[in-house]
Write a new protein. Structure first.
Length: 457
């Protein structure tokens, strides 16, 4: 299953064949410090070297850091105004203001258990009327008196404790006796036990999870002040793409059109348009210059073939290339450009797994930073099997997680989705490959760690 054919100019860039190039820079993501190793000596390739090949390619870690920095520049200059979002629409957003308690929690003394509210020492005479949750404050108790009470109900004034149902019994005269010691205040949740009105419950920058929605509702909120989702237009390029049916007559199904929008939503974006343009430089230029999205994502056309129009169009409109090729396989001919003002374009290769590589390399840090989402904590696991690498480039390999190790999957070529469809994560394989048992950095797939229902809202 492929999204695009291996087009002229894309083969040399995206397949496992390569030109000799300088060794990877060792990059520190946040401060941009790099120590470049000397380039390896030229080797015979059987063809004339391309003096322009890879000359602008960026090391994988540096490319990710560049995307995050580009987004931080936008957030500093544009000062995107927070939006007020209803609770049911806030899942996955980031708080733009502190979540302060609007009331004490609980807002009144409440019973933590089903049982009896009792006053003074027992035994107790039991009132005819019990106390249920959601009712007004009941009448005070007097010493020696008890009232049936439900979990969450308001405690009657002058109550000593709540006696659980399983810890009390009544005699033949209807008097209540405790079957174990009664401790003053037991099973009563006092007003303000969790927080007082005005307490900060969560700081700005907290991710809105289902639990945060519950806390906000309990604290009295109907809406939340949140960082707006970055708006993304998706432009699917290629005359050879079908939108339905099986591949035929040299045409293939578009896999990226169905795959990218939900994946981008999982990364925190609002997908505002998905347009299929074919191979037309004029249509591409019109779509880019007419877009008011925060980010434009294109598929294919990033190499140097006869119908690869992304670079020429970006040049004609005066875009600034921030990343022009990345030393990663698959997906080398990806790019990141600033098109105008605070708008960026992520150019993904047309091959499906190469496009996934571009998503995780450039789109994920860009969108995550624009959405003010926290960066995932990096982690490693040992590889259960050897992972073949590229001599000079980082390689991203689909893996499944089994116990305390990661198992590399087959079907991991640039045009293949079979491996990534079964994967839990992508392993970051350094130049030269990784042996069995070697620790590898892992990039989680969003639905593997958080659940589809959470990610795709």
């Amino acid at each position: 299953m492929t999204a695009r054919s291996l087009r002229s100019g894309e083969n040399a860039e995206d397949a496992d064949e390569f030109d000799v190039e300088e060794a990877l820079a060792l990059v520190k993501e946040d401060n941009g410090a790099a120590h470049r190793a000397p380039a390896p000596p030229p080797q015979a390739s059987g063809r004339a070297p391309d003096p322009h090949a890879h000359h602008k390619a960026t090391a994988w870690a540096e490319a990710r850091a560049t995307a995050a920095r580009a987004a931080r520049a936008v957030t500093r200059s544009a000062r995107r105004a927070p939006v007020s979002v209803r609770l049911e629409d806030a899942l996955g957003l980031t708080l733009a203001a502190p979540l302060d308690a609007l009331t004490d929690l609980p807002s009144f003394n409440t019973s933590a258990m089903d049982g009896w509210a009792v006053a003074g020492p027992g035994p107790w005479a039991v009132r005819d009327e019990g106390v249920l949750a959601g009712h007004a404050e009941p009448a005070p108790l007097t010493d020696g008196e008890a009232a049936r009470i439900a979990t969450g109900a308001r405690i009657p004034p002058d109550t000593t404790a709540v006696l659980r149902s399983e810890h009390g019994q009544t005699d033949e005269k209807g008097r209540l006796h405790a079957t174990r010691e009664v401790v003053h205040g037991q099973d009563i949740r006092p007003r303000g036990q969790e927080c007082r009105s005005g307490d900060q419950l969560l700081p700005p920058g907290a991710l809105v999870t289902p639990a945060v929605l519950g806390l906000a509702a309990a604290a009295g909120y109907d809406t939340l002040a949140a960082v707006p989702r970055p708006r993304v237009d998706v432009l699917v390029l290629g005359d050879e793409l079908l939108t339905e049916g099986a591949p035929r007559d040299g045409l293939i199904r578009d896999a990226l059109g169905p795959m990218l929008p939900p994946w981008l939503r999982a990364l925190g974006a609002e997908v505002t348009a998905v347009r299929r343009l074919g191979d037309s430089a004029a249509a591409l230029r019109k779509a880019i210059t007419g877009s008011d999205a925060d980010v434009i994502v294109t598929t294919g056309g990033t190499a140097a073939g006869p119908v690869d129009h992304v670079h020429p169009v970006l040049g004609r409109i005066g875009a600034e290339l921030l990343v022009d090729g990345v030393k990663v396989r698959p997906g080398h001919p990806m790019l990141l450009a600033r098109t105008k003002g605070n708008q960026h374009l992520v150019g993904l290769p047309g091959n499906p797994l190469a496009a996934v590589s571009g998503l995780l390399t450039l789109a994920e840090p860009l969108l995550r930073t624009l959405a003010a989402r926290p960066a995932p904590e990096p982690y490693t696991l040992p590889l259960r099997d050897e992972a073949h690498g590229h001599p000079y480039d980082t390689r991203l390999v689909p893996v499944v997680l089994r116990g305390d190790s990661a198992v590399p999957l087959h079907y991991n070529g640039p045009a293949m989705l079979r491996g990534i469809a079964a994967a839990d994560a992508l392993a970051v394989v350094p130049p030269g490959g990784a042996r069995r048992g070697q620790e590898a950095e892992l990039l989680d797939l969003p639905w593997a760690s958080a659940g589809i229902g959470v990610c795709f809202t």
